[in-house]
Design a protein around this ligand. Structure first.
Ligand SMILES: CC(C)(COP(=O)(O)OP(=O)(O)OC[C@H]1O[C@@H](n2cnc3c(N)ncnc32)[C@H](O)[C@@H]1OP(=O)(O)O)[C@@H](O)C(=O)NCCC(=O)NCCS
Length: 373
């Protein structure tokens, strides 16, 4: 038996969905370099690629997109549930609770066939942006915006947040962000989804597990922490002093380091360009400039790759998205990958059940209650 803390270096599944070449900093979905996809594709098309294994034809994409649009409305009971939640509930907490609550409303909830799972995945992928945007409105005392029946996935999300049709350039930037976050090998939340699926529990349970796992700051929660750090520093001139303090205190810098990448994460390099372009087009350069300076200081001190969460923070912030929604945007995208992995798990399932190395005592006496102190 091998013992690997954090399962580092352990291969726990075979997958044909995405491949990370951590040494060269490359990422592929179904064999296609993500740079190609971020340049030419849309989130909807990338999702079809992940689920069906190849790029859809024009007709297939049209029908796939129409099905997602048709599924955008969530049951009224889910909106009623949101109205009952305490306003301090985090958007990721809202998503976790809502996906779990959606399960009994789904007509195919107990059917684990591939066909039913694709239908459920369409409904979930369509529902996640509606739920996050509805929560943002409800917690601000506003009524949710009815989803658009014409806008693309990213544009519709921005529309449902503000009630106004977004600038197409902003929508395209968010669309690219969604493409870049859609799948990433056996990351922690995907593993959680596969573990849940491996017990033959249903798709909604697997996605609920995945959302719970994504929200931690060592995983998807890092993008929110990056923005909080930028705001705490507040000024380009304060970056060096802040970083000296962080290193002296042995603090981890969010948005850096990765279990698999040794070279910079290719998604981060894309997001860096998006952050820079947004800084230029809006004239709001401070977050990009601070990020850039932080990166050069961190990488001059430690050989840490910059990861996906680092520049996504300044991109989302400059797009006007509230900080505590950042991780839920990750979930809105990653649901495409999670569901694809659930199909793979069911298709060749074996219960995922590692062992633990016991480090406690053995043969201890059972002391009667009255004799314990
Ligand atoms: C992503 C992450 C959890 C990977 O963890 P891991 O593979 O278990 O690596 P470790 O946490 O064991 O780190 C290995 C070494 O690099 C250092 N390190 C890793 N990430 C670091 C960071 N962001 N800042 C400073 N040092 C870091 C650790 O302190 C450790 O140093 P040591 O060997 O001297 O103790 C880790 O890099 C991290 O916490 N990053 C910040 C959170 C983040 O951005 N998460 C999003 C990931 S996409």
């Amino acid at each position: 038996m091998t013992n690997s803390k954090g399962l580092e270096g352990v291969v726990a599944a075979e997958t044909g969905i995405s491949h990370i070449d951590g040494f060269h900093g490359r990422l592929y979905y179904r064999g296609i370099d993500i740079n190609e996809l971020a340049t030419h594709s849309t989130f909807e098309e990338t999702t079809a690629l992940l689920w069906y294994g190849k790029l859809p034809t024009a007709r297939q994409l049209e029908s796939f997109t129409a099905k997602i649009i048709e599924s955008r409305l969530v049951p009224n009971e889910i909106i009623a549930l949101l109205l009952l939640l305490p306003k301090k509930t985090t958007p990721m907490g809202v998503l976790r609770t809502s996906v779990s609550a959606l399960s009994p409303f789904d007509p195919e909830t107990r059917d684990n066939s591939l066909e039913a799972n694709v239908h459920k995945s369409i409904r979930l992928t369509a529902a996640l942006p509606t739920i996050v945007a509805a929560w943002e409105r409800i917690r601000n005392g506003l009524w949710p915006v009815t989803p658009s029946t014409t806008l693309g996935h990213a544009a519709n999300f921005l529309y449902m947040l503000s009630g106004k049709e977004p600038d197409p350039a902003a929508a395209r930037i968010l669309d690219q962000c969604l493409i870049l976050h859609a799948d990433h090998g056996l990351n922690a939340s995907t593993f959680a989804a596969r573990i849940t699926a491996s017990t033959l529990s249903n798709l909604h349970s697997a996605i609920t597990s995945a959302i719970s796992t994504l929200q931690g700051p060592l995983h998807g929660g890092a993008n929110e922490q990056v923005m909080r750090m930028l705001l705490e520093i507040g000024d380009l001139e304060r970056v060096e002093q802040y970083m000296r303090g962080a290193f002296a205190a042995g603090r981890k810098i969010m948005g850096f380091g990765h279990r698999v990448y040794k070279a910079d994460d290719p998604r981060a390099l894309w997001l860096e360009r998006l952050s820079r372009d947004l800084a230029e087009s809006t004239g709001n350069r401070v977050w990009y400039q601070m990020s850039d300076r932080i990166r050069s200081i961190v990488q001059s001190q430690k050989p840490l790759p910059v990861n996906v969460d680092f520049y996504s923070a300044s991109v989302y912030y400059t797009l006007g998205i509230p900080i505590d929604l950042f991780t839920s945007i990750f979930a809105i995208s990653r649901v495409a990958g999670w569901t694809a992995h659930v199909y793979e798990q069911y298709a060749d399932n074996r219960l995922i059940r590692p062992e633990s190395a016991y480090i406690g005592s053995l043969d201890m006496p059972y002391t009667a209650l009255a004799e314990r102190n």
